[in-house]
Every structure is written in C-alpha cells, then in structure tokens.
Design a protein around this ligand. Structure first.
Ligand SMILES: [Zn+2]
Ligand SMILES: [Zn+2]
Length: 272
C-alpha cells in the first residue's frame, strides 16, 4: 500500500498569506520511501499535525521556487538529515530551487544542499530515482519557467503531481498513465487566470487521462470562498472520473482500491 497525505491544500498568493488552507505540501509513503513534495510555509507544523516524523523523510522534492511550494524546503531537509547531523536523503528541485535562475539565487542553501546524499536538478523530460522510486519530470508553463511536475512510479501505480501550469494540450499529453492525479486547481469554473488551472481544465485533463482518482490541491482563495466540493462533483459528473477536492490532512490509501479519508474539520461540522 502507498499512502498520500495532504499536508496543505492551499495555493496562490492569498490563500497562502491568510493560511485559508495550510501550505505544507504533499507526503507520499511507499515502502521505505517517504517523499515530501513542495514544503511551503508551515510544512513542519503540518507534519506534526499529521503524526509524521520529519526525521524519517527520505526525499524532498520541490517543483519551483514560489513561496507556497518552496518556503520550508531547507527546514524539512534539516529534518531529513537529523537536524543536520547526518548526510542523508535525496533532494530534487527545479533549476530555480537548486541552482538559481535569472537574477535569483537558489532556494536551497549551500549547507542544506551539501547535507543531502544526492541532489538532482529536475529538467522536463528527464527522470531520476528518488528513494528507489523512478520519478519523471514534467514540463509546465508557469511564471517560474523552470517549474516541473512529478510522475512518481509507486508500488501501486503512478502518482502524478502537476500544479502551477496552464493546461496546454501538449502538456496534458504528458499525463496519461497516472493512476492518481494531483492537479493544482486554483480557480473555479468561469474564473480562470493566467499561469494556473481552473475547474474547466480539470475536466479536459480528466477526459484525456482517465485516472482512477483525480484530486484538486493548491486551492486559491476564490475557489475556497465558493464550494470546492461542488467543483469536484462537476468534474466527476462531466467525465465519470472519481474526483475529490482534497482538504488539509486528507489521506489517500492506495492499494487495489483507493480509500479517501478526510479529517474531521470545523469547516465540516459547521456545514453538517
Ligand atoms: Zn503555487
Ligand atoms: Zn507558482
């Protein structure tokens, strides 16, 4: 079984600043592999909330340099390397994260890069083995032009993380084969913005890719002020693809079947 925990489901400037949803990234456990993807602000706190141990992480993967994805990357590397006392683990990041891009220096400090056993600059079309799992790096179109998506081959099929991009047709063509597809859906129907995806994009992608489960994450403020669950139902009704709007600390248990466990949240109680 592979387990995926949403440490945060917020994304974009304002849901991050106001912490309307947390921004701790996504945590994938598959056998001995423990991969922390996109540790944004509050990642460590969310790990503790989820009952996960930062010193057990075996790989840190950062899609691009924006704060909602990368802010706490050095902190979770400190966790992975036992507080910086052991050379340990694997780091994958976009060029902007590992080497710097344009006028901007790298997100990862020299010290933290040197603490990990191995690091790779993720370039679209290439792949690497991270904690024993093959990861393909996907092309995107975003304001950080070095941004990448990740297609991770787990023991239970491919888990694909594709966020902060537009849904250009040739980019969608990289996604088939995904069993679980995490999409950064920042905006609701009829309210798309440049550089990000909306519910309509989720429909087009679901139709093409036909994953067993599609999960929205990286939810923006306008989507959160509406009804993310209704947007997910719309995608499912339009395409027949099982679709959820993930919540903070939602867990997926991926085996022959995929079980979705949402946490009890005050938000739910208020609605109930
Ligand atoms: Zn973002
Ligand atoms: Zn971004």
């Amino acid at each position: 079984m592979a387990t995926l925990t949403f440490l945060g489901t917020g994304g974009g400037r304002f849901s991050t600043l106001f912490q309307t949803r947390a921004t701790g990234g996504v945590y994938l456990e598959d056998g001995p592999a423990r991969l922390h993807i996109d540790p944004g602000p509050g990642a460590l706190q969310q790990l503790h909330e989820a009952g996960l141990d930062p010193t057990e992480t075996t790989g840190v993967m950062v899609s691009h340099r924006h704060l909602d994805h990368a802010n706490d990357a050095n902190t979770v590397i400190a966790g992975m390397t036992q507080g910086g006392t052991e050379e340990r683990g694997y780091l994958v990041g976009s060029k902007s994260v590992i080497e710097g891009h344009g006028d901007e220096g790298p997100v990862i400090t020299r010290r933290h890069r040197d603490l990990v056993t191995e690091h790779t600059t993720a370039r679209p079309g290439e792949s690497a083995r991270v904690s024993g799992r093959r990861v393909r790096f996907l092309d995107t179109e975003h304001r950080d032009p070095t941004n990448v998506g990740f297609a991770i081959e787990t023991s239970e099929g491919t888990v694909t993380y594709f966020t902060d991009s537009v849904a250009r047709e040739d980019l969608i063509e990289q996604l088939p084969g995904a069993r679980v597809l995490l999409l950064g859906i920042t905006r609701p129907r009829g309210a798309g913005i440049p550089d990000h995806m909306s519910t309509e994009d989720a429909v087009a992608i679901a139709e093409r890719v036909q994953p067993d489960l599609l999960a929205f994450t990286h939810l923006g403020l306008k989507l959160l002020r509406g009804d993310p669950e209704a947007e997910a139902r719309y995608v499912e009704d339009e395409t027949g693809v099982r679709t959820i709007a993930a919540r903070d600390l939602t867990r997926l248990e991926i085996e022959d079947a995929i079980t979705v466990a949402h946490p009890e949240t005050p938000e739910m109680e208020a609605k109930g």
